[in-house]
Design a protein. Structure first.
Length: 506
């Protein structure tokens, strides 16, 4: 199958032609296709991983484990299809005595929305890219996928796309079920085309909002599910700092420097009691070696944002990693397509040959409360901000200044239950995942996972990780009083697909 083309008209036409036959396949058939794609990617690992290493600067162990995650989530969606409950097939039999009036025969199920445009991410070249979670969820739902490749790993994108397309073709998927798009303008053209029925994105807030606005401004607006990152605050109580301080500070540094700070769940803020954390954190961060950022554009964007933060009058630099040297302003690196970067003022700091070393910044809770918007900026890279407080009541005040987050964490003790309950009451309104005595830089691919949050973390109420992410690409349809021969298989009384059915008076 031709997986790389600038013929957007042809891609859209074949995607539309594939939508109905692919979407009406029995879930078991699509499950077999997803497993075939997973097996093909496993087989191609020795070809794909070296390419990924060359294009992303990520180490081999990280990439191999990420590829395992990628094939696991494909198989997990296949298991979901085998179960069939995701269709929410519901049968309400006629009831002449129904309290609101006689009820007719009503049968409801979820159906695929149609062709989906997926924008790949830079920081996970397997798990959030060509064959990543958005692609897996859309294919599982029965939606053809047009995948916009990230420019940070073009060769890997093409090779992965070939593996995916060939595996789908070999299992009988309709032509047009999957295709790769390269370039900003072809992707924009696809996004505003009425034949695309939904979009999904992982990347910077700037790029995500531009694309969301394009999708919303269409004559026929479509849902655009953008995951745009966040600062993922961590709150440490006095009791926890006194009892487990060294353990907490070490875990925090491990978490915010993991993957050179290029995770959207990186803890970018640490609220800790004054006098407990600073000395240990400086020692731990100063001992960290240089590690590589994903590419030159991301490195430039990192320096831009770091320059904004270090230029704030309320911010102190505790550990000056690479990129903190002030200099003349230069053009920002962010563009209209996803690159995981937030633009700002550039600096003249220069990375070491082995990458960049971490930066640790600090401010007080009073200064934070005076200007939270300027300080709560995601810095995509190994930088985090320590906010020190004296009064535990200030923690609650701080939570109320936060915008939408992917995660929020509290480190506390059993004696902190009242404070923790108040904190979680505020944080659950602002975050998609709240944690107790843990670290957010680990997003399990699991049915109960939520990787999402209120705006600006995302533009969606849904998760982009885990099996319930399939709901983004499905919509409900109710069939009223149709004869059995005209009903979809999951809603028939004989239920030939053996799908779980709700209702029937129960």
């Amino acid at each position: 199958m031709d997986t790389v083309t600038t013929d957007i008209e042809g891609l859209l036409a074949t995607a539309v032609a594939a939508a109905r036959p692919f979407g009406t396949l029995a879930p078991a058939a699509r499950a077999s296709m997803l497993r075939a794609v997973a097996a093909a990617l496993d087989t191609a690992a020795d070809d794909l991983v070296p390419v990924a290493m060359r294009e992303t600067r990520l180490p081999e162990p990280r990439l191999r484990s990420e590829l395992v995650r990628t094939t696991f989530q494909l198989r997990l969606f296949a298991d979901l299809l085998d179960d069939g409950g995701y269709l929410e097939a519901t049968v309400d039999l006629p009831d002449p005595a129904w309290p609101t009036g006689p009820r007719p025969d009503l049968r409801r199920m979820l159906t695929p929305v149609g062709p989906v445009l997926v924008f790949a991410a830079s920081n996970f070249p397997f798990a959030f890219s060509v064959a990543g979670g958005d692609t897996a969820a859309a294919l599982a739902a029965g939606c053809p996928v047009l995948l916009k490749a990230h420019p940070g790993h073009p060769e890997l994108s093409r090779r992965t796309a070939t593996v995916v397309a060939d595996a789908l073709a070999a299992t009988g998927a309709p032509a047009g079920t999957f295709a790769l798009i390269e370039g900003d303008e072809p992707a924009r053209a696809a996004l505003v085309d009425p034949r695309v029925r939904a979009g999904a994105f992982t990347g910077s807030e700037h790029a995500g909002r531009l694309l969301f606005d394009l999708a919303a401004a269409r004559d026929e607006p479509i849902p655009f599910y953008a995951e745009m990152g966040s600062v993922n605050p961590v709150f440490v109580t006095e009791a926890a700092a006194a009892r487990r301080g060294p353990e907490i500070w070490a875990g925090y540094v491990d978490s915010y420097t993991l993957g050179t700070g290029q995770f959207c769940t990186k803890p970018g803020l640490l609220f800790a009691p004054a006098g407990f954390a600073e000395r240990d954190l400086v020692r731990l961060v100063s001992a960290r070696p240089a590690t590589s950022l994903l590419g030159e554009r991301i490195e430039a964007g990192y320096r831009d944002t770091l320059g904004e933060l270090t230029g704030h009058p309320a911010v102190r630099v505790l550990v000056a990693g690479d990129g903190t040297t002030p200099g003349a302003a230069t053009a920002g690196a962010d563009g209209a397509m996803p690159d995981g970067v937030t633009s700002g003022r550039a600096t003249s700091g220069r990375a070491t040959p082995g990458g960049v070393t971490p930066t640790l910044l600090a401010t007080s809770i009073a200064d934070w409360l005076r200007d939270p918007d300027a300080l709560a900026v995601e810095c995509f890279g190994p930088t985090s901000l320590l906010v020190t407080y004296d009064d535990p009541a200030d923690l609650l005040a701080a939570t109320r200044t936060l915008g939408g987050q992917l995660t929020a964490t509290v480190h506390g003790e059993d004696t902190d239950d009242d404070l923790a309950a108040d904190l979680f009451a505020e944080l659950r309104e602002r975050a998609g995942r709240v944690l107790w005595n843990g670290w957010p830089t680990g997003v399990s691919v699991s049915p109960a996972m939520t990787h999402g949050g209120p705006y600006p973390a995302t533009t969606s109420l849904h998760t982009s990780v885990g099996t319930t992410s399939i709901s983004r690409f499905l919509r409900p349809v109710t069939y009223q009083s149709l004869p059995a021969r005209l009903l979809p298989e999951p809603l028939r009384d004989d239920n030939p697909w053996n799908i779980p059915q709700r209702g029937r008076g129960v």
